[in-house]
Design a protein around this ligand. Structure first.
Ligand code: AGP
Length: 613
């Protein structure tokens, strides 16, 4: 979603701001803008095109300044038009904002009564006028921009990360966060702020993560942070491990393609701690994990989208192997539902970004109603979700830039398999031999993923046909049903083909009515206990003219025939089979989207980090 960059330096900050915005493009946006203090005057440029267009405007107008803020906007309040693009301005004050201000209507009325005129439909514009009004005419010992922003954010209800500059004070810019990500970047005689570390990779690796409620003044020489209670606080400085190479495309055409093919390495890195181990230990999940895991009697998984699908797969493992009751719930539903807390449940949140507003709020809600134990599985170090959880496991997939989540999903599944082993062992349901076998399977997983990626040319042939269709149906049974859901989500989000997933046994209870010769059907058909049941379901499809595309194991007895296309998986991974079957579905979506000429990495209407509810 929206991305923020801010900079103060002794040089022109416009190239730094634009480079930062380019690196935040992956978050999803529909307009962009920047404002700099140039001499004593504020200059603003905005565009409803890509950041590259904003760059052209900046060059054409020779915009420069040693102090500036910039923004990519993902529209919430007001259409993606230039007048709604950030920065918003009030007098000499300019503001960029990520999040939603819930009390913007009431504030707009108050500010109108004071004489402020509104020119956009955004909630953000109220912040600009509010800061201007609280600044009361410029810097003095009592009324600095820092004071004005602190006073202003105290009046805001909602989620925000903001950056503010004022032409009346060239010595600083101010940032504040509450429920949306923001960090400071520390340079040498120059300092920065951004929504994430990737935006600042070209200028610094030293970062300070702001906490909710923090307001910070950033100057050339340093920064001052005030916490929610108004106390001056020092936050730790981290050296980001992110390298420029990790966020470059390299030989690939798209980030999604790169990330699909990085999966063997991403899973190997994530499982590094068990690669040479002969057994698994609870401490993989944190120093207190054993005590927590011995206390729990159930698991509650909360997540959104692809991460929710990982949770659904995990339910089969956790109940089937560890014998622990497991519920999986969509975070945005759970947070508003009257549910019955179980103080002995382990609340697991799963998230690639660790920023997803619904997942964060669901965790907060779970804690508020009495859950005591929490574990987060997340791909971003120091993310809000990791910091809010008692136990944590960092997947080491590396930065995931494509909006469609790929390597984050398979690494989440690898961790959830590991968790299942740990819990099964603690509950006396895993023999030493079984533990050894499962560890072998986990060790083999990167190799198996690499061989499954070889099916790409076969999947591409399917994708060419899918690209011309309007609908598709994905079928699976048991633990592969959530994989069918993931396949359908991937296809719809980047190819815009309407896709539905069903547990194959449910087909005859309604969706079979949709099947005719225009409905391509993908079936995930590993040679497991449900294969014969699945085959019967597929007969029902074929009998109605539906064209079948079957992902089968080598030993699944299914042969290609008229209207039945079979791709055999080159490797299998026992209980880890769902992880392998995900790969062809990611490739199918990728190639179908390419065929349709879509922007694979930045699909319409979607954002990478969903930081608003
Ligand atoms: C996946 O391809 C999606 N873009 C989306 O469903 C995503 O998984 C969801 O928004 C959750 O994000 P998170 O994992 O960062 O919490």
């Amino acid at each position: 979603m929206c991305g923020i960059v801010g900079a103060i330096a002794k040089r022109n900050t416009v190239p730094i701001l634009l480079e930062g915005l380019k690196r935040l493009e992956y978050r999803g946006y529909d307009s962009a803008g920047l404002a700099v203090v140039d001499g004593g005057a504020l200059r603003r440029i905005r565009s409803t095109g890509r950041v590259a267009e904003l760059e052209k405007f900046a060059q054409a107008d020779a915009v420069s300044g040693a102090l500036g803020i910039a923004h990519t906007r993902w529209a919430t309040h007001g259409a993606p038009e230039e007048r709604n693009a950030h920065p918003h301005v009030s007098g000499g004050v300019s503001v960029v904002h990520n999040g939603i201000i819930e009390n913007h209507d009431a504030m707009r009325e108050r500010l109108r009564a004071k004489g402020y005129a509104f020119v956009s439909d955004t909630d953000t514009e109220v912040i600009a006028h509010l800061v201007h009004s609280n600044l009361q005419g410029g810097r003095s010992a009592e009324h600095t921009l820092f004071d004005a922003v602190k006073k202003s954010v105290a009046e805001l209800i909602g989620a925000y990360a903001i950056a503010v500059v004022s032409e009346s004070d060239k010595s600083c810019f101010i940032v504040a966060r509450h429920g949306a990500p923001l960090l400071l970047g520390l340079g040498d005689g120059e300092n920065f702020a951004a929504s994430d570390t990737s935006a600042l990779i070209q200028v610094t690796q030293r970062v300070v993560y702001l906490e909710d409620g923090d307001v910070a003044e950033i100057t050339l020489g340093g920064h001052t942070i005030c916490d929610a209670r108004g106390n001056t606080v020092a936050r730790p400085v981290f050296v980001s491990q992110l390298t420029a190479g990790a966020v470059e495309l390299g030989p690939y055409s798209h980030y999604m393609q790169k990330e699909i093919f990085e999966q063997p390495m991403a899973v190997a890195n994530t499982l590094e701690m068990v690669t040479n181990a002969h057994s698994v230990a609870p401490q993989l999940f944190g120093a207190d994990a054993e005590e927590v895991f011995r206390d729990i009697d159930s698991v509650l998984i909360l997540a959104c989208g692809t991460s929710f699908h990982a949770g659904m797969v995990a339910r089969y493992w956790l109940e089937g192997f560890a014998g622990i009751p497991c519920n999986v719930e969509i975070a945005s539903e759970y947070r508003y539902r009257d549910s019955v807390p179980d103080p002995k449940a382990l609340v697991i949140t799963i998230s690639q970004s660790g920023e997803t507003a619904d997942t964060l709020a669901a965790l907060q809600h779970a804690k508020a109603i009495g859950h005591r134990h929490s574990l987060s599985i997340c791909n971003v170090p120091e993310s809000a979700l990791l910091r809010a959880s008692g136990l944590r496991f960092l997947t080491r997939a590396g930065p995931e830039i494509g909006v469609a989540s790929t390597k984050a999903f398979t690494t989440q599944l690898a961790v959830l398999a590991l968790l299942t082993m740990v819990l099964a062992k603690l509950r006396g349901r895993l023999s030493a031999e079984g533990e050894g076998d499962l560890l072998d399977s986990l060790r083999h997983l990167p190799t198996a993923l690499a061989s499954v990626l070889q099916v790409e040319p076969l999947v591409k042939v399917w994708a060419e046909k899918f690209a011309g269709r309007h609908h598709a149906l994905f079928l699976g049974r048991g633990i592969h049903y959530p994989i069918a859901m993931e396949g359908a989500l991937k296809l719809k989000e980047i190819s815009y083909i309407h896709a539905e997933a069903y547990a194959a046994g449910e087909l005859k209870h309604g969706p079979l009515a949709l099947v005719d010769e225009h409905m391509p059907v993908v079936a995930i058909a590993p040679n497991d206990a449900l294969i014969e049941k699945l085959k019967s379901n597929l007969q029902e499809v074929r009998a109605r003219g539906g064209e079948l595309h079957v992902l089968a194991d080598q030993d699944t007895r299914m042969t290609a025939s008229d209207g039945v296309h079979v791709i055999r998986m080159p490797d299998h991974a026992g209980i880890l089979s769902p992880i392998l079957h995900t790969i062809p579905l990611q490739l199918l979506a990728y190639h179908a989207a390419l065929q349709r000429g879509n922007d694979v990495d930045k699909p319409r209407n979607l954002a990478k980090s969903v930081t608003v509810e």
